[in-house]
Design a protein around this ligand. Structure first.
Ligand code: SAM
Length: 245
């Protein structure tokens, strides 16, 4: 059989693609993309002419079967997401499972992930963290999810849509109490912005200034008692001044 390559692509800045990813995309027999129009822009920028097929969250099982058949016949397929690493909060994971069930080799071609880019620059502890992806868009379910995370001590990473951000921060504040947090918006793009502060201050800020664009939210875990007071003081003082790339 051929190989299923998981090719990371940029999360905004077209320069964030590895030399290896460009070679794999060029040499693959086909590229399976979440949104072929979106991926075509990247490919034309790098003058890559590999045929594209679509594979997204609403793709039928027959679409996945078709890709598996092609792999079994010896074709190499590069899977790409709209942004970042395929399989992280997008449909890639399902295809990976099916490929492994057919003894097809799955090879990662690593690169950008919004969660990691946001976490590393947030200023919160990175030695242990949890990736929570998207919370539910149902307010009741979301609050339950937040209650379940109340005792989490590791730094938490969430993907969030701009129109829900203020409500999510407000719910987090109500359920967890005030905590340090950072909002990373439009990472690697022209208007990249980090806001670092506390849940209370950022909830207030985003209620008054509704955000746009793509957002990754980083929130401190429940601190051990002795560190709590010190951490709260430091983060309460951080300015909300914009840190533009
Ligand atoms: N596979 C992607 C990855 O590796 O990061 C994530 C896909 S998920 C469907 C898309 C979400 O990731 C967005 O709604 C946003 O929360 C986050 N995201 C993607 N690009 C981003 C960026 N440039 N800045 C901040 N967050 C981003």
């Amino acid at each position: 059989p051929g190989v299923l390559y998981l090719c990371a692509t940029p999360i905004g800045n077209l320069e964030d693609i590895t030399l290896r990813a460009l070679r794999v995309l060029k040499e693959a027999d086909c590229i399976a993309a979440e949104d072929t129009r979106h991926t075509r822009k990247l490919l034309s920028h790098y003058e890559i002419h590999t045929p594209l097929v679509s594979y997204h969250s609403h793709s039928s099982q027959s679409k996945a079967d078709h890709l598996i058949q092609r792999l079994l016949q010896g074709e190499n397929i590069a899977l790409v997401a709209d942004a970042g690493t395929p399989g992280i909060s997008d449909p890639g994971a399902e295809l990976v499972c099916q490929a492994l069930q057919h003894d097809i080799a799955v090879v990662p071609v690593p690169g950008p992930v919004a969660a990691i880019a946001a976490l590393t620059a947030a200023g919160l502890p990175t030695h242990k963290f949890v990736f929570e992806g998207f919370l539910s868009n149902q307010p009741k379910t979301r609050r339950k999810q937040l209650q379940a995370l109340q005792g989490e001590q590791r730094t938490m990473v969430f993907y969030e849509s701009p129109h829900r951000l203020a409500d999510t921060l407000r719910d987090m504040l109500a359920i967890w109490g005030d905590r340090p947090c950072a909002v990373a918006r439009e990472l690697t793009k022209l208007h990249e912005e980090f806001k670092r502060g506390t849940l209370a201050r950022l909830a207030d800020y985003y209620r008054q200034n509704p955000p746009r664009g793509e957002i990754t939210l980083i929130v401190g875990g429940l601190p051990p008692a002795e560190a709590a007071a010190r951490q709260q003081e430091t983060w309460a003082e951080l300015s909300l001044a914009e840190h533009v790339a």
